[in-house]
Design a protein around this ligand. Structure first.
Ligand code: SAM
Length: 325
């Protein structure tokens, strides 16, 4: 069992399988000059499996594959197959920008992937290109349809809301959850990197109010893996709305997650660069006992809460509880 210094049980591991991405979203990566890590520094699939195996033996029950863009890593279906067979792992999910999903969704589902989160910040092709710098919206739309058809439910769409960029589409994006069995999650822009400025952050409360233009929202339940999101729906809607107030309504008190970086570092908090290096327990040979010790060390070092709101607003202006990311 992994329990941290304030009694939170750690049951969720986010696994970054690559630092590479086929998009350059404005809030995530610079337009050019990105230097990818050398291949040999990236964990091999066998190594990722060993880390997850040890995590599961310590009480991890849910894993999400992420990146970078996980689908740019060759053989991801194979990794899914290996992980989905691990006894004790109840939930295996994927976060993707959706660009390559249409050709992989069925194979991923057959390999044992349960569900997907797909990033989609706009419904306007030109704006999509501006936000992602490289992407074509039609590819993501095809990816969403393929995920639905492959049964990767609940299919969640992640929208990072930015004032003056896409906040005029909150209602239109929300309407997707009305008309289709989609779960649209609105995420506050987090102060990561140089793109962030306070005026671009649209607080969760404001997002909620704007969505009520479509009718009164009521709390929803029963959607798998909704950890940090406050989830709502409308009468007659096929899907749900999630609002993730990562900055203004942070959820550290409920945070149950660790992150494995592509190079084998275990990070206890999204907002904290502190990390425990697992590589010495993986190379030249895997040492399960040492891996377990390093897991416990990472959990012991998990901060009680992130400091994003303090950094941006001086003191916690809103309810501070935490981020899992
Ligand atoms: N490429 C995959 C994807 O698009 O989901 C996985 C990696 S991506 C970094 C994971 C999620 O983090 C995406 O939904 C993305 O929109 C979100 N994200 C990245 N930077 C963010 C920021 N500064 N604030 C809020 N969300 C952010």
């Amino acid at each position: 069992m992994l329990t941290d210094s304030v009694g939170r049980r750690i049951t969720y591991l986010r696994v970054s399988v690559t630092d590479r991405c086929n998009l350059r979203c404005v809030y995530c990566l610079p337009a050019c000059g990105v230097r990818w890590l050398p291949r040999e520094e990236i964990l091999r699939f066998e190594e990722i499996c060993e880390v997850v195996r040890v995590g599961v033996s310590l009480g991890i029950t849910r894993v999400r594959l992420t990146g970078g863009e996980p689908l740019v890593r060759e053989g991801l279906v194979d990794l899914v197959k290996r992980l989905s067979g691990l006894p004790g792992l109840d939930d295996l999910a994927l976060s993707t920008n959706g660009v390559l999903l249409s050709r992989e969704a069925r194979a991923l589902a057959r390999a044992g992937l349960r569900r997907v989160n797909i990033s989609l910040d706009t419904l306007q092709p030109e704006r999509f290109r501006q936000i992602t710098r490289f992407g074509t919206m039609a590819d993501v739309a095809a990816g969403i349809e393929a995920a639905l058809a492959a049964g990767l439910h609940p299919v969640k769409l992640n929208v990072v809301v930015m004032r003056g960029v896409n906040d005029d589409e909150i209602v239109e994006l929300g309407r997707l959850a009305f008309d289709r069995p989609l779960h649209v999650r609105f995420i506050e822009l987090m102060p990561i990197g140089e793109y962030f400025s306070r005026d671009k952050l649209v607080p969760a409360e404001e997002i909620f109010t704007r969505l009520e233009a479509l009718g009164p929202l009521r709390p929803a339940s029963g959607v798998a893996g909704c950890g940090p999101a406050r989830t709502y729906t409308w009468e007659g809607a096929q899907g749900t709305i999630g609002i993730i107030g990562a900055v203004t309504q942070a959820f550290c008190a409920q945070c149950n997650r660790l992150r494995l970086t592509a190079t084998g570092k275990l990070r206890p908090c999204l907002d904290d660069t502190a990390a425990v290096d697992l590589v010495p327990a993986l190379r030249p040979a895997v040492n399960h006992e040492r891996l377990a010790t390093l897991f416990r060390k990472a959990v012991a070092g998990k901060p009680e809460q992130h400091t994003m709101a303090q950094r941006e607003y001086g003191t916690p202006r809103f309810c501070m509880a935490g981020v899992g990311g």
